[in-house]
Design a protein around this ligand. Structure first.
Ligand code: UD1
Ligand code: UDP
Length: 384
């Protein structure tokens, strides 16, 4: 029998939400939710980082001021998908047993998101999936992310879709429509936050001044690349396209190289020492926002960059065969170019040499959200 006192405590106990993440992009897209839950007395916000990434994760935790309650510190050099996944499942499982949250929140499609959600499902803890419903329709592009997010989508209790396109993809998979909500993508919330921080404290993003001076008068191409399906041949092809573009004397490439050894080995081997190419370590988020600001265009296979570049009106040539983010392409700010070096060079050259082609792409669009996704997610977590 429940007495009156028990009922009071049951209704006033804050909702315990455990966010589980482990890589740079997850941290960028979830820190606004960490901040929001910390400032809301309806919730007890908890954070478990897997440490799937180390340095690149810590860069985000530092700037966002997030101090995790649990850090599994799992990263191994050149880790394998199966070894990583096994460690994630057992590590996160122990944290869930200790914390017993009301909700587990995961973001996107990484191994941490998939294993975190699965460990919660094994304990019948409801999962809220941020950035739900992205689909390329090809299980090998991006690999293994397409399957990771489908796994989470098959049992999440709350599907937080960034766009109507993503929500429609979930409905096509017969997900209960009452559990699908279009919130916008929290990446835009994060971008607004970091831009406001830089406005208040410009030195947070002033570390590129030396490169900006070295490349004064040249047009900057910003680069990122890291997709597993591009390892080997794809990375070689991308490097050869960059070599050809950097042979122009009116262009410079600023390339913060992902810490994955499969990326670094190729890029160091093929691009180090070129006059017009700066191979640098991963930038923290304020400096990456600065790179987005000063560049003429981006060359990238990253998911997050496909969302940020349109928001800032920067054309992005997406070095992938397919995208689960068609909204940027439909808005005209992103273009799929694959990894064929001839195609990459031709499309970049067109943007550099044809002002009309450039102007047609370089318009700010926000198909991924209005910067208020986090608030919507908070209310959905509170309501259930
Ligand atoms: C992971 C995600 C991918 C996401 C990407 C974002 C999976 C399977 N992959 O890919 O979905 O788009 O992160 O960047 O979840 N490393 C470091 N320091 C770091 C980070 C990585 O040294 O801070 C090196 C390590 O050798 C590590 C390797 O990179 O083993 C690969 O990291 P991993 O997280 O497995 O793969 P990513 O390619 O980063
Ligand atoms: N990013 C960053 N520093 C860098 C490169 C990227 O802070 O040197 C940010 C970028 O702004 C975006 C995110 O990292 O928000 C993208 O991460 P990544 O490309 O590693 O992963 P993906 O988005 O492809 O999963």
């Amino acid at each position: 029998m429940v007495n009156a006192l028990d009922m009071t405590s049951a209704t006033t106990r804050p909702i315990k939400v455990l966010q589980v993440f482990g890589t740079r992009p997850e941290a960028i897209k979830l820190f606004p939710l960490v901040h929001a839950l910390d400032g809301d007395s309806r919730f007890e916000g908890r954070v478990c980082v897997s440490g799937q990434h180390r340095g690149m994760l810590d860069q985000v935790l530092d700037i966002a001021g997030v101090v995790p309650h649990h850090d599994l510190d799992l990263m191994q050099p050149d880790q394998t998908l199966d070894g990583l996944t096994a460690n994630l499942l057992t590590g996160i499982g122990k944290v869930l047993d200790a914390e017993r949250p009301d909700w587990v929140v995961v973001q996107g499609d990484t191994a941490t998101a998939m294993a975190g959600a699965l460990a919660a499902y094994y304990r019948k803890i409801p999962v809220a999936h941020v950035e739900a419903g992205l689909r390329s329709g090809d299980i090998h592009h991006p690999w293994p992310e397409e399957v990771n997010r489908k796994i989470v989508g098959s049992f999440a209790a709350l599907h937080l879709a960034p766009t109507e396109t993503a929500a429609a993809a979930l409905r096509r998979e017969n997900v209960d429509p009452t559990t699908i909500h279009v919130t916008g993508n929290t990446v835009i919330d994060a971008l607004h936050w970091v831009i406001a921080r830089i406005e208040r404290e410009p030195t947070l993003a002033s570390g590129l001044a030396g490169l900006e001076a070295r490349f004064a008068g040249k047009r900057i191409i910003g680069m990122t690349t890291h997709r597993r399906e591009n390892f080997g041949e794809g990375m070689e092809a991308i490097a050869s396209a960059v070599r050809r573009l950097a042979a122009r004397d009116d262009v410079a490439v600023i390339f913060p190289v992902h810490l994955n050894p499969n990326v670094r080995a190729v890029m160091n081997d093929r691009l180090a020492g070129l006059d017009n190419v700066a191979l640098i370590d991963p930038l923290d988020y304020p400096h990456f926002a600065r790179l987005l600001d000063i560049c003429t265009l981006m060359l990238s296979d990253s998911g997050g960059v496909q969302e940020e570049a349109p928001a800032l009106g920067k054309p992005v040539l997406v070095m992938r065969e397919t995208t689960e983010r068609p909204e940027g392409v439909e808005a005209g700010t992103a273009q799929l170019v694959g990894t064929d070096p001839d195609r990459i060079v031709a499309e970049a050259t067109r943007l550099l040499d044809d002002p009309a082609a450039y102007e047609a792409m370089a318009r700010a669009h926000n198909p991924f959200g209005d910067g208020r996704a986090t608030g919507r997610i908070v209310e959905l977590l509170a309501a259930r």
